[in-house]
Write a protein that binds this ligand. Structure first.
Ligand code: SF4
Length: 375
């Protein structure tokens, strides 16, 4: 299939891609389906509908996609059910570990050869899975390796969910130092702009929070959806009734710089993005996260910290400053420590809650997209 070998066209500076160029569809998986759809898929095979619930329980609760372990299902039906409900969606190409095995990054190959990555991060009090929502990304942020490579295609709900289930399996099996555990948090901060793949992401959010056997039964409070600021989608997300945390990748408080740093700003300006974020906070009662990658001499000036504080003052908001993890050969690099300190000080002086994000997995190319870009 020539499609498998296709590489996406590199975008020209500032070019935005909202629609998935590649149309190849991954196999349909039970994680793509509602409970009713799963039952229908099973009855179409001439099997009783409750088999769908049994297989769902194996997948989401026992974290098993191996039909030989489904001992409550007649042996003769297991392969047929596995074929219809749990086809292989992705295979690991490489796994890299850091922080004494508590940070694990997996590079996955999807059915059509697309590469994506996920990262498991274990902390003393939680386990966070950072997932990809698209193969590549169409938002073209100039400091980001994924953005420079362009968008290959949208991922399916099943492909997004499988990244978390696979991390949950590793934890349950005790493969991550610290003993058996569970995934408590999911952040959509891997490859892709989640809100540009809206329908599949909403499906994944439902699978994460739906109680077993329909889904993983996680708390919506532990889930963060990030966006560069697709304003109509932020408003839609607010109306979904899923109180996940919204993280806005702002990276600049002024339109002049943000137009180049986050090219989607040419479509929706800082004030429009922030208005949508405040509406999100009002509707969901959830504090909005503002993500700000500190880039040396680009967006880390003291006056920008003051302007950011002014724009956020009095809102239900928290700022996450991210020391930029430089891409090899790139002119974009992390701020000087003294500039970072001054930026924090000015935000705090302006009454804004701020943390500097712990940059896990630096030694394994922790910035989004770097592992896949290196393949
Ligand atoms: S920073 Fe995020 S939104 Fe921007 S190009 Fe990279 S993956 Fe896409």
């Amino acid at each position: 299939m020539t499609d498998d070998l296709e590489t996406p066209r590199r975008p020209t500076p500032g070019e935005l891609t909202f629609t998935s160029p590649r149309r190849s569809k991954p196999p349909r998986h039970l994680a793509d389906m509602t409970t009713a759809d799963r039952r229908e898929a099973v009855t179409a095979l001439g099997l009783p509908a409750f088999r769908a619930d049994q297989v769902s329980r194996h997948y989401f609760h026992r974290l098993s996609a191996d039909p030989t372990e489904w001992t409550d299902v007649p042996a003769a039906q297991r392969e047929q059910l596995a074929h219809a409900l749990t086809p292989t969606l992705m295979t690991p190409v490489r796994e890299l570990t850091a922080d004494r095995g508590t940070t694990r990054k997996t590079l996955w190959r999807l059915h059509d050869g697309s590469l994506v990555e996920s990262v498991l991060m274990r902390y003393p009090d939680r386990v966070t899975m950072c997932v990809s929502s698209q193969a590549g990304c169409g938002m073209n942020c100039p400091f980001c390796a994924t953005g420079q490579a362009g968008l290959t295609r949208n991922m399916s709900t099943g492909e997004i969910v499988e990244q978390v289930v696979s991390g949950a399996r590793q934890l349950a099996a005790g493969d991550v130092p610290g003993g058996p555990g569970r995934v408590s948090n999911v952040v959509f901060m891997g490859m892709g702009e989640p809100l540009a793949n809206y329908k599949a992401v909403i499906g994944a959010l439902h699978r994460f929070v739906d109680p077993s056997p329909a889904g993983l039964g996680m708390s919506a409070r532990g889930i963060t959806v990030s966006t560069v600021g697709l304003v109509p989608r932020i408003r839609e997300l607010a109306a979904e009734g899923l109180p996940v945390t919204l993280a806005v990748s702002l990276h600049a408080p002024d339109d002049e710089l943000r137009d180049t740093l986050v090219p989607v700003n040419t479509r929706w300006k800082v004030s429009e993005v922030l208005d949508a974020a405040w509406e999100y906070a009002r509707t969901t009662k959830r504090r909005v996260s503002i993500e700000y990658a500190l880039i040396k001499d680009i967006n880390d000036q003291a006056w920008r910290a003051d302007l950011l504080a002014k724009r956020l003052r009095g809102k239900l908001v928290h700022v996450n400053l991210i020391p930029l993890n430089p891409t090899p050969g790139s002119k974009w690099t992390a701020s000087r420590p003294e500039d970072e300190r001054e930026f924090v000080r000015r935000l705090e002086a302006g009454g804004i809650a701020v943390t500097v994000r712990d940059t896990r997995g630096r030694e394994i190319d922790g910035a989004c997209g770097q592992l896949a870009a290196a393949e």
